[in-house]
Design a protein around this ligand. Structure first.
Ligand SMILES: *Cc1c(COP(=O)(O)O)cnc(C)c1O
Length: 424
């Protein structure tokens, strides 16, 4: 074992030297550990690292506010009035959407509520929502409260797609069968792109096709998918999607999230929605008291309620530039599959009985993250990993989630982490 790991260290070093994306690590601030060396940061699935360029982008808006006051709306370096326009196209590239299908606004759960207000309109015949288990608590709370809000019983109306007994991830055929079986009653299929807990990447295209064939609306939560895996929301025919920007999108704590609304809905003015002035046609938005009727703009912006918080929208500009400079999601995904695949290979080679990986083995069925189920002394192992300068996270009762990300992690870091686990 020790010898293989020596050989592997050289291999990891040479992979890093030949990595076409290696320069991108320099564009991020990497926190230092207790020994003043950079930590191995595998927590980008919780909070992505800060791009060095972010400070200046935010500083600029503070300067403009200080120097221009209200004039910054139209006269700022990047006028605030149309600031959100500058992030539309890069966000659309990551979502696989047309620009007018995308809007950067609010945070994820708020966007989920706004989308459900339009796209979850239960009737006595079709009232349930299908989700995967385990779903992120915030999504479950949002869904149950929407169901109750419409006067239905969450116990009855929430349908869960569960892994089979003894399995941790879902089989596509099981999901499809469940949709077909319950389809007549399902109003909304709300699935994650990538499951937060297991790291499983779902086949959104096939799930959407099955759900649409049964007459269901389809919404996708991209919290762990955007900036992690390539997406083609428009071509897949998804009705709506929502995301946050502080995980793989590296835009900072509580950064402005996003939403996608398929083009087949964007110009439908009769859709029910919660309206606000930022969703109104910009041509009449500032006529204020002269225009009491809401006229939704023919884009995803129609769901924007308020003017955006410029200081937490600004970091998206610095982040999206990095994604574009790196060659977009396809280039990043190539490295990501190799990096995470390398971690899997090293963990396999350790042949440890004390842990097992519950994330799907096939690279096509996962993103960057591996979820490691620790059978013996999970907390001790996690403490050991932390003490050795690796930042990953722990999900009760016994899962360590580690997400090597292609923008700033290295093969050598993967090697260091795997060696720690192998020695447990
Ligand atoms: C991270 C995450 C959230 C967070 O929601 P916020 O509204 O941004 O606080 C919600 N759902 C999922 C699936 C997540 O992974």
């Amino acid at each position: 074992m020790v010898n293989t790991f020596v050989a592997d260290e050289q291999f990891a070093r040479s992979r890093d030297e030949n990595d076409p994306l290696r320069a991108f690590r320099e564009r991020f601030h990497i926190p230092l550990g207790s020994d003043s060396t950079p930590v191995v940061y595998f927590a980008g699935n919780s909070l992505g690292l800060m791009p060095k360029a972010t400070r200046a982008v935010v500083q600029q808006e503070l300067e403009d506010w200080g120097n221009l006051g209200v004039e910054g709306h139209l006269e700022g370096t990047t006028p605030w009035y149309s600031y959100h326009e500058t992030v539309r196209e890069p966000a659309a590239r990551l979502a696989g959407a047309l620009p007018h299908e995308v809007v950067c606004m609010n945070s994820l759960t708020v966007n989920l509520h706004l989308m459900m207000t339009t796209f979850y309109r239960p009737t006595s015949a079709r009232f349930s929502i299908l989700m995967e288990e385990p779903a992120f608590p915030s999504d479950t709370y949002a869904v149950k409260s929407q169901i109750a809000h419409h006067g239905f019983d969450p116990e009855e109306a929430l349908v869960l797609a569960r892994p089979r007994e003894g399995e941790f991830t879902l089989r596509l055929s099981d999901i499809q069968e469940l949709i077909e079986k319950e389809g007549k009653q399902i109003a909304l299929v709300l699935f994650a792109g990538v499951n937060f807990f297991t790291g499983q990447l779902f086949d959104i295209e096939k799930i959407t096709a099955t759900a649409k064939a049964c007459g269901c609306t389809v919404g996708i939560d991209l919290a762990h998918a955007i900036g992690n895996v390539p997406l083609s929301l428009h071509d897949w025919g998804v009705d709506f999607a929502v995301w946050c920007s502080y995980k793989y999108l590296n835009s900072g704590p509580g950064a402005v999230g996003g939403a996608f609304v398929h083009a087949r809905h964007t110009s439908n003015r009769s859709l029910k929605r919660f309206a606000g002035w930022w969703g109104n046609d910009p041509a009449t938005r500032f006529r204020m008291q002269l225009e009491p009727e809401f006229v939704p703009v023919s884009s995803a912006d129609a769901w924007a309620v308020s003017n955006p918080p410029i200081l937490s929208l600004a970091p998206l500009r610095a982040s999206f530039k990095i994604f574009d400079d790196a060659g977009g999601m396809d280039a990043l995904r190539t490295k990501s599959m190799e990096l995470t695949g390398y971690l899997q290979t090293l963990l396999d080679r350790a042949q440890s009985k004390s842990f097992s990986v519950i994330t799907p083995r096939e690279p096509m069925n996962r993103g960057a993250q591996l979820s490691i189920l620790v059978h013996e002394h999970p907390k001790e192992l996690f403490a050991k990993v932390e003490a050795a300068g690796v930042k990953c996270d722990f999900r009760e009762p016994n899962v360590i989630r580690a997400a090597p990300t292609p923008l700033y992690n290295t093969y050598h870091e993967v090697w260091r982490f795997a060696k720690l686990l192998a020695e447990h």
